[in-house]
Design a protein around this ligand. Structure first.
Ligand SMILES: NC(=O)C1=CN([C@@H]2O[C@H](COP(=O)(O)OP(=O)(O)OC[C@H]3O[C@@H](n4cnc5c(N)ncnc54)[C@H](O)[C@@H]3O)[C@@H](O)[C@H]2O)C=CC1
Ligand SMILES: O=C(CO)[C@H](O)[C@H](O)COP(=O)(O)O
Length: 290
């Protein structure tokens, strides 16, 4: 099958390779001409036979502009797939805009990171059955080889919703391993912290791919000495917490792990300064001065 692919970075570039290895014809476009197969979106559209399918894999902030630009060079019967980490609430308005031009829309939550090319990508799909069916050969090539790794989760928006919750869980899982790591390193008893994590990779209740990756990171740098704790986020955790507030669902772990990232960016917490100041005010307790 033919597929247009816009955005050939860490995800799109590897997806292009996996799709080509499965025998699909992929025409890629990226702002970076060194990795692009087409010089423009217009040329990308011209290289594809109608009805066309174009997968967008760009950073969430530029997705709407990219899709609007793409819609100008596509037409009736074509389908746009957004596989980036977009906010689910953007999907329905996007689908409506495209529908006015007869262009179909599918949202896909994609998981697997830079390992997806070799391991396959977990795919969470939202959209109309007829559109999803048309893209099945592409989904089959991208998904892992086994029984799992693909779901048609519901109508437009459901794929990104599922990916949002997936990433919220990812925040919480990572933070639980991270807290365990910190407690082990603080302990006077455990002298081989990387060895403990390595041992947990088989037979234990807490074995997982994230644990394998933490073990890999500790192999590279046993004390994580090269890293600062400053941790970014790109939106999915915040959207998960927004949804929890909207639906009054108690998301204790995921919310705490999101807030831990915010705390990681502070040199000196204004909130904790206020707590220290108040302790001094009411109890005459000592404070640490700068
Ligand atoms: N890196 C990861 O682990 C995962 C990322 N994602 C999502 O996939 C999307 C892409 O992420 P990455 O590949 O990691 O980003 P990246 O920054 O590695 O690549 C983005 C690529 O898009 C290109 N680009 C940006 N705007 C463009 C435009 N308007 N037209 C054409 N090309 C454009 C850039 O030149 C770059 O090559 C994002 O939405 C991200 O959140 C989803 C799952 C995992
Ligand atoms: O989707 C992903 C993994 O599943 C991406 O790696 C995403 O960037 C992770 O979220 P954040 O950047 O907020 O940590």
């Amino acid at each position: 099958m033919q597929l247009g692919l816009v955005g050939l970075g860490r995800m799109g570039g590897n997806m292009r390779e996996r799709l080509r290895a499965a025998g699909h014809e992929v025409v890629g476009f990226d702002h970076n001409p060194d990795i692009s197969d087409a010089a423009s979106l217009t040329q990308l559209a011209e290289k594809l036979q109608s009805p066309r399918a174009v997968w967008v894999m760009v950073p969430a902030g530029v997705t709407d502009a990219t899709i609007d630009e793409l819609a100008e060079v596509l037409g009736e019967g074509d389908i746009i797939i957004d596989g980036g980490n977009s906010r689910f609430s953007d999907d329905a308005p996007r689908a409506e805009r495209l529908n006015e031009q007869g262009i179909g829309y599918i949202d896909v939550g994609v998981s697997g990171g830079v390992w997806g090319r070799q391991n396959g990508y977990g795919l969470m799909v939202g959209g109309a059955q007829e559109h999803v069916e048309r893209l099945m050969p592409i989904f089959e090539a991208l998904k892992p080889a086994g029984e799992f790794g693909f779901v048609h989760a519901g109508p437009v928006g459901a794929g990104h919703y599922a990916k949002m919750v997936h990433n919220g869980i990812e925040y919480g899982l990572m933070h639980a391993y991270a807290e365990g790591y910190e407690l082990l390193t603080a302990s006077e008893l455990v002298t081989n912290v990387p060895g403990v994590f390595k041992s947990w990779r088989e037979g234990t209740v807490v074995r997982s791919w994230l644990l394998d990756l933490l073990d890999r990171a500790l192999d590279e740098d046993p004390e994580l000495a090269e890293l600062s704790g400053y941790t970014e986020d790109t939106g999915e955790g915040r959207w998960t917490v927004d949804e929890a507030v909207r639906l009054a669902v108690p998301l204790n772990v995921i919310t705490a792990s999101l807030f831990a990232r915010f705390a990681s960016r502070q040199d000196d917490s204004p909130a904790m300064k206020a707590v220290a100041a108040l302790r001094q005010q009411f109890g005459g307790h000592a404070v640490h001065k700068r």
